[in-house]
Ligand binder design. Sequence first.
Ligand code: TV7
Ligand code: CA
Ligand code: ZN
Length: 408
Amino acid sequence: SNGITRPKGHKVSFHYNSGVEDMHFGKTHPMKPWRLTLTKHLVLGYGLQYAMDTYVAMPASEEQVRAFHDPDYVDFLKAVSPQTFETLCKVPRYQRFIPPKHEGDTVDLGPFNLSTSPGADCPVFDGMSEYLFLYTGATLAATNQLLTGQSDIAINWSGGLHHAHKSEASGFCYINDIVLAIIDLLHLYPRVLYIDIDVHHGDGVEEAFQRQPRVMTLSYHRYGPYDETGHKFFPGTGDLADTGLKGTIGEHFALNVPIPSGIDDRQYKYLFESITARAIDAYKPKAIVLQCGADSLGGDRLGQFNINIKQHGECVSFVKKQGLPLLILGGGGYTARNVARAWCHETALATDNGSQLPDRIPLDLVPRPQAFTGRAHGDGLLFPKFQRDHKNDCVEAELEYMVKRLEW
Ligand code: TV7
Ligand code: CA
Ligand code: ZN
């Protein structure tokens, strides 16, 4: 045996549908759904499926998505494709959703911030509708697994799309599966804590619950000027002073931790553990949703942090240790190899197999020189006592092979 065992004392489920994998946002678009193929192959390559229940997710229904999103937006998402986009844009009831054109806009935006222009954050691409309802379906299945007590931890790496608004796509996110999951959790749990370690601010989730004391949102993110041009790092919200909608009962139930570029493991650990512990202690949530965006890792194509996989995983372990029903979701992550390594490592941590991966998953990343402020952690070996064996060479070799095949 490879040493992978089921965790004692808690049950983990993994929700996924491979239908999300072969989607393309566009040639140069940073969001690569094939990072999920890599993740799946690492998870299966290590035998982590033996430590949890794995489920093939069904697509979400339109009705389920309407629990948060505008019915017109849901209809549009269900019907849209590169072939139908132009015709749909002319439908009168969608016209009121076309954003006003700003001076210097480089892409033409259609209704709901969607576009067929090559440079758009939220392009309309082939198979998009299927993709959206599949990642959402996986999150809702995972949520249901917690609600029915069949799992203590439920995982969907294809979810975690925190920027989507009620009737607008934003920042690569179209359906806010997180908001839908939390709405479902509120049927059973009086208080839900949402934690977001994606490098970007979890604005869509915060906004959805800004008037709501039954959900506390806590986002750690890069905040401040992006570069010398003075442009802000996307989405430009999430100031320390933003703590929920003033004058409503939701005030003080949003927390934001704005962070400058280059934060290292030690600094991040200090912030994450002290603030998260304090929030849990004060709020006493009955369930936690953790968005594990992997773009907070050093070397990410869009991110500007210097967190190693080891520390990213320690955030997951820290939250798991609270012993509350836990929904684990993906999110951003634009250096595909590292995304797969991190999420596989975190699947192992969730199933108490963190010390059973006999291979060397490189937990230390080469930092971006311009953002590098601290020392990388250790020598890259989490478990140096284990030798790299043949089986696991195959796993990493397969990873490299797939990267070559999928990258262009
Ligand atoms: C959760 N950054 C999502 C993070 C969403 C970030 C942005 C891009 C980008 C888009 C592209 C592209 C890109 C190299 C990077 C203000 C703009 C500037 C479009 C070019 N290359 C998550 C969203 C962010 C699209 N958007 O949190 C097509 O970078 O900064 C912006 C907005 C206007 C639109 N332009 C970028 O991780 C999943 N976009 C290449 C092709
Ligand atoms: Ca965040
Ligand atoms: Zn992100």
